[in-house]
Design a protein around this ligand. Structure first.
Ligand code: G6P
Length: 611
């Protein structure tokens, strides 16, 4: 949901901004813009990708101060005019923004009465005019004006502001949307995340809500809050390296991230269990283990792919640890007056750790005194900071908009949480625990084995790439995998796809099946095997094209299917981690064959920091 980058120092800001914006494009990519100052202020804005902006600028610009923005439109369609940066009426103040100013309409009407004229349809432009209004009528500094303006604002913001009246500084501030300050040698940065900064420094400060940071060209900086209280900065050293955020020879980030899964899964489970000694220890759980194992309800909140992980988490925790679990979309939970009390545990699952709905749902859970737990990938992100405890998934930076490695890492962590609780509650026989831990140990190798079928999956993709619809079916642990497979296909190939519990097919989707409908059946479960065989027969009877994901050695479903992808045997609770991989690859290849932008699918953004 919009990316921000800003530079002040002794070097040329232009390449820093352009490279930084490209690294931030996963956050939004419908328009981009920069402002560069070299005695006078120049602004360039363009609908489209950062490369469109770059192409529209004749030659490399020069200026030692600059701010840039890549947009995911909320208010006002994506066009040159609505692109950021936005300018004050007097042309002196320039601002970029990530978030939504909810009371922008009221503020705008008041500003219009005071004579302000607006050029765009955005909520952001209101903010720059409000800052201008405070600055000129009170004759105060840019910093003071920003503080006053932000006291009036309702909503979410990460902003960076520059004024030609105070040409040696840039100011950044945030609430709900992220903003990182980078501390270089005689140069300073702001960015929505550390990716654009990484090349120049590994020292950063993650700003907290309602903090306002002033950075100067000589490397000085200070932070206050919007009420002018001094804030002591908490400087962090980044563990990230540039290598981790490059494509590493892969054509797309998504493909790289799919193929990274043997490694990322190893990282997710490392040190959290012992297959021979037979113990499981998820660090974050320990502090609340009594409370969690005795709770009468765990509620999992999340969105998108993370919600699918949550559904599998429900199967895992109920099956293994016998604790009741509810899974909710964060966006529904936060507005539906849920029944929740101080005995409940609310687990938020989020790759980015900054999804606005999940953050708001967590705030609600905290207000009702529930214990909150985060399963988060991005270290130091908002959700990891506001939860009582949690576990990182350690999948490393995920840049492709369609989530892949983050999902399998979430599943690995959820499995270990369920096993840890099961041991604590005594709900799992020792022999079964030992079996699952031993199989957990083999998972990275088994993932590699599934990935070896890439060419075969690519062939299946070529056979169904022109479909307009697709149906994904699964049962038990693999029903949420069907949902995830359908989501992947929709997201990146724009083919309409639905995931369904296999047996529910009879209650609707069966009406859609004809010879043009590919039906992807995840049929690895032993427990419901004969039932899935019947489901496949029902599809074949209606001439549907069956693509089945089966366990190696399967005979019956193989015979009935048009195309078969085999995965190695694994116990059912662990099976989603393997069965989802062919579906990720299938969606990937179909999208590439259809000429879609795999890493930046239309209308989507990786990090949804608005409602
Ligand atoms: C967006 C992304 C999805 C992601 C969802 C939830 O829709 O495109 O890939 O699953 O947000 O994000 P989170 O960061 O909370 O897991």
């Amino acid at each position: 949901m919009c990316g921000i980058v800003a530079y002040i120092g002794n070097e040329n800001a232009y390449p820093v901004l352009m490279e930084g914006l490209k690294r931030l494009e996963y956050r939004g990519y419908d328009s981009a813009g920069i402002a560069i100052s070299n005695e006078n202020l120049k602004i360039y804005k363009k609908k489209g990708k950062v490369t469109d902006l770059e192409d529209s600028i004749d030659s490399e610009l020069f200026g030692k101060i600059g701010i840039g923005h890549t947009r995911w439109a909320t208010h006002g369609e994506p066009n040159d005019n609505n692109a950021h940066p936005h300018l004050s009426g007097d042309g002196k103040i320039v601002l970029v923004h990530n978030g939504i100013i909810e009371n922008h309409e009221t503020l705008k009407q008041a500003l219009i009465k005071l004579g302000h004229k607006f050029q765009s349809d955005t909520d952001t432009e209101v903010l720059v005019h409000l800052i201008e209004e405070y600055k000129t009528t009170n004759n105060i500094s840019l910093e003071d004006a920003i503080q006053l303006a932000l006291q009036k604002v309702i909503g979410a913001y990460a902003i960076v502001v520059y004024s030609t009246d105070e040409p040696d500084l840039i100011i950044g501030a945030k609430k709900s949307s992220p903003l990182v300050l980078g501390l270089g040698d005689d140069e300073m940065f702001f960015a929505s995340d550390a990716f654009p900064i990484l090349k120049y420094t590994n020292k950063v400060i993650y700003l907290e809500d309602e903090q306002v940071a002033v950075i100067k060209s000589n490397g000085d900086y200070y932070i206050r809050d919007i009420y002018n209280n001094i804030v002591n900065p908490n400087i962090k050293e980044l563990a990230l390296t540039l290598e981790l955020i490059e494509k590493a020879g892969y054509e797309h980030y998504m493909l790289k991230e799919i193929f990274q899964q043997p490694t990322t899964l190893t990282e997710s489970i490392r040190g959290r269990y012992h297959p021979v000694e037979g113990w499981v220890m998820v660090g974050g759980l320990q502090k609340y283990i009594k409370k969690i194992s005795n709770t009468d309800k765990i509620i999992i909140i999340s969105s998108g792919t993370s919600w699918h992980a949550g559904l599998i988490g429900e199967y895992l925790i109920e099956d293994l640890a016998r604790i009741p679990v509810e899974v909710e979309y964060s966006s529904e939970f936060r507005y539906r007056n849920p029944i929740i009390n101080e005995n409940n545990i609310v687990i938020a699952i989020s790759q980015s750790g900054e999804t606005a709905d999940t953050l708001a749902a967590l705030e609600l859970a905290k207000a009702k005194s529930a214990t909150t737990y985060g399963i988060v990938n991005v270290v130091g992100s908002a959700i990891s900071r506001i939860t009582d405890s949690g576990s990182y998934t350690h999948a490393g930076p995920e840049i492709g908009v369609a989530s892949t490695k983050a999902f399998t890492s979430q599943l690995a962590v959820l499995t270990l949480i369920a096993l840890h609780l099961a041991v604590e509650k005594g709900t799992i026989p020792r022999s079964y625990l030992m079996q699952l831990l031993a199989e957990m140990e083999t998972l990275p190798d088994l993932i590699s084995k599934v990935l070896e079928d890439n060419d075969k999956i690519k062939f299946v993709a070529s056979e169904i790439k022109d479909s307009t619809n697709a149906l994904y079916l699964g049962r038990g642990y693999n029903f949420p995998v069907a949902l995830e497979g359908a989501l992947k296909l929709k997201e990146i190939s724009y083919i309409h796809a639905e995931g369904y519990p296999a047996a529910e097919m009879k209650h609707g989707p069966i009406a859609l099946i004809d010879e043009n409908m590919p039906v992807i059946v995840i049929a690895t479960n032993k427990s419901a095997y004969s039932k899935i065989v019947s489901n496949v027969q029902e599809i074949k009877a209606r001439k549907g094209k069956v693509i089945s994901i089966v366990t190696e050695g399967d005979k019956k479903i193989k015979e009935l299917s048009d195309y078969v992808i085999e995965i190695p045997y694994i116990a059912e609770p662990l099976s989603p981690i393997l069965s989802v991989i062919p579906l990720q690859l299938l969606a990937y290849h179909i999208a590439v064959m259809r000429g879609c932008n795999v890493d930046q699918p239309r209308n989507l953004a990786k990090s949804v920091t608005v409602e």
